[in-house]
Design a protein around this ligand. Structure first.
Ligand code: AQP
Length: 332
């Protein structure tokens, strides 16, 4: 069976983008693949984190996976730092990744911003760790949001570089799976920026744990233009904020983007925003409630993570032993 690997960073409030771009797709794929879903806590450290918060957020992401419908009996759910192979393989792969490949990564440029000289080596090397995460398990498919496409292409290049350097066909080249009507959910405050956990404005995103009141307020305040809703796809493409809200509606209502545009064409934003808020609250309300129930039982969550890390390690360790052997690292 083909294998899926994917993950979310425990870096703050999980939002609608994480849900629609990634987690919801995992739920639909889980029974057709051998699935490994990680909480990538080592990635979180590429930017400063409060240690107490990091632990809490790791449990929160775990609860979100389960509350969204991922079956922890069928899928492996664990946190990255509990399997040593991730950090080990990242170092080995960094020794065969040219700097030129990393210099092209746009996410580093965005996250490092103008303080490039002060950015950490970890932030720069993030895509190598991500390649290690995936190929450590010889994953064949990686369901992610659009923003991770470039990193996925790099993971394929790195896997290929390893195979070529050692004349083996050891690592499969992982295929990105980017699908659904909301592969890139944008900020509610700025149609040019993606919805992000690290955005300083709480009004920029709908959190998976927001209640109906908070969702309604954020959607009411979402930036739009003074015109009625777009008449067709061409007009929607030229109006990013409207297009984003219609894309979110389409994804939540299981419609195509065209169907959502046709449904509200020419209408005022106020009625549409009320419908969007109600639908968001209906979908997220159930998940948020279940997350809160699970988070009240940290022992249960830790048990899932512990068992998941044992299952993950049982796959990763033999692969690492082979990698050490292929690369000529003696294990006396
Ligand atoms: N806005 C988005 N639209 C669609 N998919 C998204 N994803 C993230 N943002 C959007 C997808 O969610 C998964 C987990 O992402 P991540 O936690 O690894 O980090 P990220 O992509 O950097 O997401 P954030 O929320 O913006 O976090 P911060 O602010 O910490 O960087 C991935 O599959 C991603 O594609």
């Amino acid at each position: 069976m083909n294998r899926i690997f994917s993950g979310v960073q425990p870096t703050g409030n999980l939002h609608l983008g994480n849900y629609l771009g990634a987690i919801r797709n995992w739920v639909t794929l889980q029974h057709d693949y051998d699935c490994i879903f990680c909480i990538v806590d080592l990635h979180a450290l590429t930017l400063p984190q409060d240690p107490v918060q990091l632990k809490a957020q790791t449990r929160e992401v775990t609860a979100a996976y389960i509350a969204a419908g991922i079956d922890p009996e069928h899928c492996v759910i664990f946190n990255q730092s509990s399997v040593p192979g991730h950090a080990e393989l990242a170092w080995l792969l960094s020794c065969l990744t040219p700097l030129g490949w990393l210099n092209r990564m746009t996410q580093f440029k965005e996250k490092a911003g103008k303080q490039r000289e002060d950015a950490g080596l970890g932030l720069y090397a993030y895509p190598v760790l991500m390649a290690a995460d995936i190929i450590l398990y010889k994953a064949t498919h990686v369901p992610v949001g659009e923003d991770q496409k470039q990193h996925l292409e790099l993971a394929r290049d790195i896997a290929g570089a390893f195979n070529r350097r050692y004349g083996v066909e050891f690592f499969p080249l992982p295929e990105p799976m980017i699908f659904g009507t909301a592969t890139r959910v944008m900020s509610l405050r700025d149609g040019a920026k993606k919805m992000s956990k690290s955005d300083a404005s709480d009004y920029s995103r709908i959190n998976m744990t927001d209640d109906a009141e908070a969702i309604a307020l954020k959607i009411r305040k979402a930036k739009t233009d003074p015109l009625p809703l777009p008449a067709d796809e061409k007009e929607a493409e030229a109006r990013p904020e409207a297009d984003n809200l219609l894309g979110i509606y389409a994804a939540l209502a299981n419609l195509t983007r065209q169907e959502a545009i046709a449904k509200f064409a020419g209408q005022s934003f106020s009625g549409f925003k009320t419908e969007l808020a109600d639908l968001s609250a209906e979908v997220l309300g159930k998940i948020g409630g279940e997350m809160r129930r699970l988070l009240a039982e940290p022992g249960y969550i830790d048990g899932i993570l512990k068992r998941g890390s044992e299952r993950a390690n049982a796959i990763a360790k033999p692969h690492m032993n082979e990698v050490f052997d292929i690369m000529g690292l003696l294990r006396p």
